[in-house]
Design a protein around this ligand. Structure first.
Ligand code: NAG
Ligand code: NAG
Ligand code: NAG
Ligand code: NAG
Ligand code: NAG
Ligand code: NAG
Length: 442
């Protein structure tokens, strides 16, 4: 086993002065936390101050529907999830010296990639293209290399013995390029470095020799400010699978309400402590997707509304916890029953607003019921903030962020994930939920 070094960079000190700290916490495993930059937050280069909240919501609505349609069509072995659903960006660097990229964090796909020179057919991007010739750590992969075989849909360039991939997404986007390995650098918030002290400086965590795609022909729904994808799925070539042994096969997220504090993703470390519940993680055949089993939903503890499908009965996973969908999407039958109980519990007259089926005039969420999602072995209680949104900054309007869709798969959207530490443990095969004030994260 190699020793995994943590390189901490203090912002006041020039970059040439670096401290190398050996990670000793968790039996030598690494734990590091990074910001998940919401694509529409002021910190994001995708932020468009002139776009109205309502317009934003319409986009989120379209993403959510697109993603569930993709998943439902082909239930457990879906093709890769729509990349436009990319809601969170990670600030990472590639190569030596490091070149900045802002890549979509996608739990629904495996391949990590960025666009490289020469690029005869790249989509236009704002940041400079990555030039492998200028990086001393770049190495293309030969055709017989394991990742080349494991990724699938690869070909060998006859003359050069270089692995070429062709990776398709469900919305028709295609990325084509050279499979290679590189050094990746993550800029984090707090990193736990020893069992006794927690450092709260800005840290830099570096991984050498990560397999990634150097894109030369990429087309589809990508936009200029996105410079690639970090594949957080569970397949053999994903970022998570590659760094898995170093982080104990664990990662977690904590999403905040509003835009005043930061969403975080933590690689390594368990979600534990008071109030944690865990449900079995169901891996699809190709291991990319993280499914869980939802048995029932109840509103205000009134009655259990059963999910009622065969995947649930067989415990093969019927629910996808999504990094890219804003809304929570339920099969129509289930949604209708939930709505029925909600209407009974909330004695206010509803209005519709575009695609949002169900809005209320109300200034406060006071007295609104909790909704319990009964995952197998884990009851997760959603507060009104998890299932209501305020569109267009209108302080009196509340809209339900649950949507009905024809299909059999449920998607747990970003809104429902607010103020939960959600931990994926690919070793124990569990997904854990811990109610947490994510704005109070270090
Ligand atoms: C990304 O990280 C670098 C290095 O810490 C920093 O200079 C840059 O401002 C960050 N960019 C964003 C969009 O957060
Ligand atoms: C790019 O890929 C498309 C298929 O997605 C192909 O038709 C086209 O010829 C390729 N372009 C180049 C320059 O290789
Ligand atoms: C933050 O959110 C509030 C409430 O939704 C909104 O009024 C404000 O414009 C947002 N700020 C930025 C910088 O996006
Ligand atoms: C669940 O399925 C059973 C048998 O298929 C059916 O009798 C029952 O009405 C269904 N319940 C709901 C809430 O759809
Ligand atoms: C669930 O199991 C039943 C009986 O074993 C089988 O007929 C059905 O196809 C299974 N459903 C799924 C989604 O695997
Ligand atoms: C959902 O299914 C119902 C009944 O089969 C159909 O009337 C409706 O148009 C469908 N909705 C969508 C969005 O496909």
């Amino acid at each position: 086993m190699t020793v995994h070094a943590l390189v901490a960079t203090l912002s006041l000190i020039s970059l040439s002065t670096i401290f190398v700290i050996e990670a000793k916490a968790n039996n030598g495993l690494l734990t590091f936390k990074v910001d998940m930059i919401h694509r529409d937050s002021p910190k994001s280069p995708l932020y468009s101050p002139s776009e109205s909240n309502l317009n934003r919501l319409q986009r989120y609505f379209d993403y959510s529907i697109a993603r569930v349609t993709t998943l439902s069509n082909n239930k457990l072995v879906p093709t890769t999830v729509v990349p436009t659903g990319g809601m969170f960006l990670l600030n990472i660097s590639v190569g030596t010296p490091p070149i900045q990229t802002l890549a979509i964090a996608d739990t629904g796909s495996d391949l990590t990639w960025t666009q490289c020179t020469p690029c005869p057919s790249c989509y236009k991007q704002d940041l400079p293209l990555f030039d492998p010739h200028l990086s001393s750590s770049y190495k293309s992969l030969p055709c017989h290399a394991n990742p080349c075989v494991a990724l699938g849909n690869t070909a060998c360039s006859n003359d050069r013995n270089i692995c070429e991939y062709n990776y398709g997404y469900a919305d028709g986007s295609i990325v084509i390029g050279t499979l290679a390995s590189e050094t990746f650098t993550f800029y984090g918030g707090t990193t736990t470095t020893t069992t006794t002290t927690t450092s709260s400086t800005t840290t830099t965590t570096t991984f050498p020799r990560l397999v990634f795609g150097c894109g030369h022909n990429d087309s589809g729904t990508f936009i200029a400010r996105e410079t690639g994808i970090i594949g957080l799925g569970g397949g053999p070539v994903s970022f998570i699978s590659q760094i898995g042994p170093k982080i104990g096969w664990k990662f977690s997220s904590c999403l905040v309400p509003g835009n005043t504090s930061l969403n975080t993703m933590t690689f390594g470390g368990s979600v534990s402590g008071e109030g944690v519940v865990a449900t079995p993680l169901i891996r699809a055949e190709d291991k990319t997707y993280y499914f869980v089993t939802l048995d029932a939903i109840s509103v205000a503890n009134k009655r259990r509304i059963p999910y009622n499908d065969s995947a649930q009965a067989n415990n093969t996973g019927n629910t996808f916890i999504d990094s890219g969908s804003y809304f929570t999407v339920l099969p129509t039958g289930l949604y209708n029953e939930v709505e029925l109980d909600l209407r009974e519990a909330i004695a206010l007259k509803g209005v519709t607003l575009g695609g949002l089926k169900w809005c209320y005039k109300s200034e406060s969420l006071e007295g609104f019921p909790d909704i319990t999602f009964h995952f197998r072995g884990a009851d997760v209680v959603l507060k009104p903030v998890n299932y209501f949104i305020r569109p267009d900054g209108d302080e009196t309007l509340l809209c339900l962020s649950l949507l009905p869709v024809n299909g059999t798969t449920t998607i747990i959207g970003n809104r429902a994930q607010i103020n939960f530490e959600i931990g994926y443990d690919l070793e124990a095969n569990t997904v854990s939920f811990k109610p947490t004030d994510c704005t109070k994260q270090l």
